[in-house]
Design a protein around this ligand. Structure first.
Ligand code: AMP
Length: 397
């Protein structure tokens, strides 16, 4: 593969896989354009070099071919504004219109193709479809870390139709991969992973992989209560996955053998119902009365977790510490976010990823005070589970 920064795009048509899967409201207005902004430097560098750009992306999960709701035409005006270039649009991603418009592109021009997932071949990783797409450009740039865990036609299969020196990561993909690899393979110790969120089942593989790498694993959020119960704690009506109790026990046992410290929340903010107007009190996390549920980590847990974070040199954070969407239960997530910021200020490398932790980082305005905030949710999780991501492997081959 080529290095994007060193490549000269003069006279080239760059076919870029981006992740423009942005949320739209009922009026088809973009409610969060972060994914679009993240890829602007890649596009701009190509245009400045004297190249032209063909953008391909998916939007949503259309099931039955072309659907107005999932058309990428809705984002053309905003993309033009972000780039300062009038973006052209093709009503199809393969076929005559796409081919003609791509062929007519001049240096400095940008063409956006219609939603790739209007063809079921995209998600199936169909070779013929990937080959048709590949014919539109001279070089292939993958800048869609958010879909790097998918072996789809445009994210992985397409790469085989380009010579090694004509395929590369875009700037966003490159920085995502560098940050993630730095944490997974070159983490300075102590290395603390902070894992939260609702479900243990979603995070088992990542915890198991981290047992071989981290020195400390902080477990918060709803998933912590399955671990508390596995240690014979009383968790009242807190979230619990009973079918994962054995796995939780095994993880605690393995951690002991591997000398990894697992930190569970000493205390919790408990509530009499899952609602923003619930009655709340503080309680040890292993002695929660029936009828009550833990919805945030408590003050002692905040202090203990913060001390661990403070002494860390590498921090990976995925998942909130409580139901941070509700005012009453956001304290733990906010305090941990600030502890990560503090530790980053003191020289730690902090990587935050996963939809909800990124949402929390944005809510508390700290995204720019962390070392790296990943744009990939599922992709980042799979990376830290130790899996090879098809979108990365295909470009490197
Ligand atoms: P996940 O998608 O698994 O990372 O979970 C994120 C969700 O977990 C957020 O919407 C939180 O509100 C929720 N969550 C965090 N802590 C708890 C808790 N103690 N009980 C129930 N839900 C929680």
């Amino acid at each position: 593969m080529s290095s994007f920064k060193d490549f000269s795009f003069a006279g080239k048509k760059a076919l870029i896989r981006v992740d423009f899967n942005v949320p739209l409201n009922d009026a088809f207005e973009i409610t969060d354009d972060n994914r679009m902004r993240a890829t602007i430097p890649t596009i701009t560098k190509i245009l400045k070099d004297g190249g032209s750009v063909i953008l391909m992306s998916h939007l949503g999960r259309p099931k039955d071919g072309p659907t107005e709701k999932y058309s990428l035409k809705h984002i053309v005006a905003h993309l033009s504004k972000l780039l300062g270039v009038e973006v052209q649009f093709a009503n199809d991603c393969i076929g005559a219109e796409a081919i003609d418009k791509a062929a007519a592109l001049q240096a400095g021009q940008v063409l956006l193709l219609e939603n790739l997932r209007f063809y079921k071949e995209e998600e199936k990783g169909d070779e013929a479809f990937a080959e048709k797409l590949s014919k539109l450009g001279d070089v292939y740039v993958n800048d869609a870390f958010g879909t790097a865990h998918r072996a789809h036609a445009s994210t992985a299969v397409i790469a085989k139709f380009f010579e090694a020196n004509n395929k590369m990561f875009g700037l966003l993909m490159e920085s995502e991969v560098l940050s993630a690899e730095k944490v997974l393979h070159q983490a300075k110790k102590p290395f603390t992973a902070i894992i939260g969120g609702a479900k243990v089942s979603d995070k088992i593989l990542i915890i198991e992989n981290l047992l071989d790498r981290a020195t400390d694993i902080i477990i918060g959020g709803g998933m912590a209560y399955t671990f508390m119960k596995a240690r014979d704690g009383k968790i009242g009506n807190s979230l619990c996955e009973d079918d994962r109790l054995e796995t939780a026990k095994e993880i605690l046992e393995k951690a002991k053998q591997k000398n990894v410290s697992i930190h569970l929340p000493e205390d919790s903010v408990i509530a009499d119902k899952f609602a923003s107007d619930a009655t709340t009190k503080n309680c040890p996390s292993d002695a929660i009365p029936d009828g009550w549920m833990g919805l945030d980590i408590g003050g002692k847990a905040i202090d203990i977790f913060s001390a661990v974070i403070n002494k860390s040199k590498t921090i990976l954070w995925n998942g909130p510490m409580g139901v941070f969407e509700m005012e009453k239960f956001q304290n733990g997530t906010k305090a941990i976010a600030l502890a990560v910021v503090e530790s980053t200020k003191n020289g730690a490398f902090s990587l935050v990823g996963g939809g909800d932790s990124v949402a929390a980082a944005n809510k508390y305005n700290i995204a720019d005070k962390l070392s790296y905030v990943s744009t990939g949710g599922g992709a980042m999780l799979e990376f830290f589970e130790g899996k090879e991501l098809p979108g990365i492997a295909a470009v490197r081959e």
